[in-house]
Design a binder for this molecule. Structure first.
Ligand code: HDE
Length: 684
């Protein structure tokens, strides 16, 4: 894989450097810069006396502590981020005047924050949920925020329903249960009352909702936006991020165990990959639709519950993003980063999607309360690299010292500055709204073109491989299994009949319901691009392999295999019954402190002691049950036998020694998960 090597700091890095505080070799002071003698004992009259009010250091320290928290985001509270860079492949000047999309020599700094939606800040990473994928491009023409998700459709069509939707999925108000879960009555009640959710629900019940890694997730801008070129001509656009590592997911059973084993699974994965130098990369892709084709589809381009199938309008790869730097302070950077869909630059404009219109209001409003006022764009992570000059003034936490006597326009005292394009007569580089003609009566009404809620839900179902369908059915059964009210489950099944009768029947069977009556015939169309089965499976780069070793492991046999796997980019960890060393090998982790669920594959290098170790046997069987590649070197044969695996798909035994072993094992890992194994009756 190609890595963007950045020897020189980009503009954003240089800007951030001004704010960094290095505490190495410093002496302790108050916030006022006064040196402190003792921060471990408060001031008191006599050793056993009460604390004195005049202890300003004590009061300042406690006061600052009391005020450390800011409100968490109402949605997307849990997230983690990284800096990186974006570069366009070739000029898109035919479509847009956005500088960063027109100049292939330009490296644009970015900050990306990935998130879950429903859970609180401290919730587990690997829950069934949508993932946020928000990118801030620090362009020379100002900040552009592409605030995307890892699913291309949304549950609702109009932003006025967002509070209703979010209230339904959040913990129920009477007892604040459950945390970070959609498996409860109010969410499914919302779904059954609101059939526009059906396409989204199919995605949410699919493996997309439990990604293996943020680095292996697609991103979607969801709405149709507009690109606008120098002639003022607009083109509708849908934004896509495609990960170079492919799009891969976890298994539901795995997820349940990871939550206890490592609640920070996705966050840690991103952090560690970047620290290792395994910089995640995505291609930016565009689906472009000329304005003249606005009504050419059997759905409405303005409806955010719909995709444009890639087979109808292909995704054109236009650029590449690499994330290559972890933040240095979580709160200052990841918690305070403020995205807003209204942060656009010349050449990028909105459509009339009613969800997007609501978002353009909501994000700035959110930031006013979260970040304590209107000056949050001055917080280092949010500061544009483009110069900022205007007559907006004052407010909480103003950090600028404006020197001019004037703060109004039009003025004559300051030579009319800062001067708008219109006043100066210089319109170069200014943002000009796309001049769309809009006529209509003021009404609270949706267009009939938004009414079809099932066709694309069916398209999604039809596009799934058989194992993806199994996972969707199991997800519906799990979720509805947690719903207490029978009639809600029945109503959901009625909606599923509209999507596909087989799906509804399989879900109903799990809920102990009779086979539902036939619904409308399935249209039979599919879109192969929707299936993760068609994702990239060409690399083992960054895949985590657990190597099980013990004191008598043959290091001579293991080392070349490990090196060959690492040579292909895999990340190997040696697990043994105890920490320290196993023979001449250095142990990375104690076997009992790490579940198989934290790895993509397992390599058995020792069968002597481990063949009789129940934990090691469980480790192998669980990895197998979760579809992972299992490899056994000569020494590991006894452990492989002890694990009594029911079939050999994705299992590479010691008979393929040497290079063929490495090759076969790597091929088995590339598959990601061997879902065709028959594990239904196999206890881990
Ligand atoms: Fe958001 N959304 N959203 N959303 N959203 C927020 O803004 C909102 C929507 C998305 O990492 C909030 O600063 C409304 C779609 C991401 O900081 C809030 C509506 C998509 C993030 C908000 C939507 C998203 C947010 C909470 C319907 C995918 C995390 C904190 C009209 C395309 C950004 C904040 C980050 C965050 C409102 C719909 C993605 C409350 C009202 C559609 C990735 O303002």
């Amino acid at each position: 894989m190609q890595h963007e090597e950045t020897v020189e700091k980009d503009e954003k890095q240089r800007q951030l450097d001004q704010y960094r505080v290095d505490l190495q070799g410093t002496r302790l002071t108050t916030d006022q810069g006064v040196l402190i003698d003792d921060t471990d004992n408060s001031l008191r009259p006599g050793e056993r006396g009460p604390t004195l009010l005049e202890d300003f250091h004590f009061r300042e320290k406690i006061t600052r502590f009391d005020h450390e928290r800011i409100p968490e985001r109402v949605v997307h509270a849990r997230g983690s981020g990284a800096y990186g860079q974006f570069r366009v492949y070739e000029s898109l000047a035919e479509y847009t005047v956005a500088d960063f999309l027109c100049d292939p020599s330009l490296v644009t700094p970015v900050f990306v924050r990935f998130s879950t939606v429903a859970g609180s800040r401290g919730s587990a990473d690997t829950v069934r949920d949508v993932r946020g994928f928000a990118t801030k491009f620090y362009t020379r023409q100002g900040n552009y925020d592409l605030v995307a998700n890892n699913m291309p459709v949304f549950p609702i069509q109009d932003g006025i329903k967002f509070p209703d939707f979010v209230h339904s999925v959040k913990p129920e108000p009477h007892n604040e249960i459950p945390q970070a879960q959609s498996a409860h009555d109010t969410f499914w009640d919302f779904v059954q009352c609101q059939p526009e959710t059906m396409h989204f629900v199919m995605w949410l019940m699919s493996d997309r909702a439990i990604p293996r890694s943020f680095r292996m997730m697609q991103g979607f801008g969801v709405h149709s936006f507009r690109l606008v070129n120098a002639e003022g001509r607009a083109t509708f656009v849908k934004f896509h991020w495609k990960p170079l590592l492919g799009t891969h997911s976890l298994l539901w059973d795995e997820v349940l165990r990871i939550q206890g084993n490592d609640p920070d699974f996705n966050r840690r994965d991103l952090w560690e990959a970047i620290e290792r130098g395994d910089f995640p990369e995505w291609e930016l892709g565009l689906q472009l639709v000329p304005e003249s084709d606005e009504h050419a589809f059997d759905f409405d381009l303005l409806d955010p519950t719909k995709i444009i199938p890639e087979e109808i309008v292909p995704v054109r790869p236009v650029g590449r993003m690499v994330l290559n730097r972890n933040p240095q302070n979580f709160f200052a950077e990841t918690e305070q980063v403020a995205f807003c869909t209204a942060n656009v630059v010349p050449g990028i404009d909105f459509s009339n999607d009613p969800l997007l219109q609501a978002r353009n209001f909501s994000y700035l409003d959110t930031q006013l309360i979260r970040l304590g006022g209107p000056n949050h764009a001055q917080i280092p992570v949010n500061r544009p690299v483009a110069p900022v000059h205007n007559d907006q003034r004052d407010g909480y936490n103003q950090r600028m010292i404006h020197q001019s006597e004037t703060s109004y326009s039009i003025n004559s005292i300051n030579g009319g500055c800062p001067m708008s394009g219109i006043l100066s007569g210089d319109m170069s580089g200014v943002f000009q709204h796309y001049q769309e003609r809009v006529d209509g009566r003021k009404i609270r009404k949706r267009s009939p073109s938004f009414e079809d809620h099932y066709t694309q839900a069916t398209l999604f179902w039809n596009s799934m491989s058989s194992w993806e369908k199994d996972h969707i059915v199991n997800a519906f059964r799990f979720e509805l299994g947690h719903v207490k009210r029978r009639y809600i489950k029945e109503k959901v099944v009625e909606h599923l009949v509209q999507v596909d009768h087989e799906l509804a029947t399989r879900v109903a069977a799990g809920l102990g319901m009779p086979e539902p009556a036939a619904g409308p015939p399935n249209h039979g169309r599919s879109s192969p691009a929707l299936s993760q089965a068609n994702s990239t499976r060409e690399t083992i780069a960054t895949r985590k392999i657990a190597i099980l070793v013990a004191d008598a492991t043959d290091a001579g046999a293991l080392t070349p295999v490990k090196e060959a796997l690492e040579g292909q980019g895999a990340v190997c960890e040696l697990l043994a019954p105890h920490e320290g060393t196993a023979g001449t090998l250095t142990v990375d982790r104690q076997l009992t402190s790490a579940g198989s669920v934290l790895y993509d594959a397992v390599l058995l290098a020792d069968g002597g002691a481990l063949a009789g170790d129940g934990y090691a046997i469980h480790f192998v069987r669980e990895a197998f049950k979760h579809g992972k590649a299992v490899g056994a070197l000569q020494g590991g044969g006894a452990l492989l036998d002890a694990a009594r695996l029911p079939d050999r798909q994705g299992v590479v035994g010691p008979e393929a020694a040497g290079d063929p072993f490495v090759q076969d094992f790597a091929e088995a890992i590339k598959v990601h998960r061997h879902f065709d194994r028959d594990v239904a009756a196999f206890p881990a």
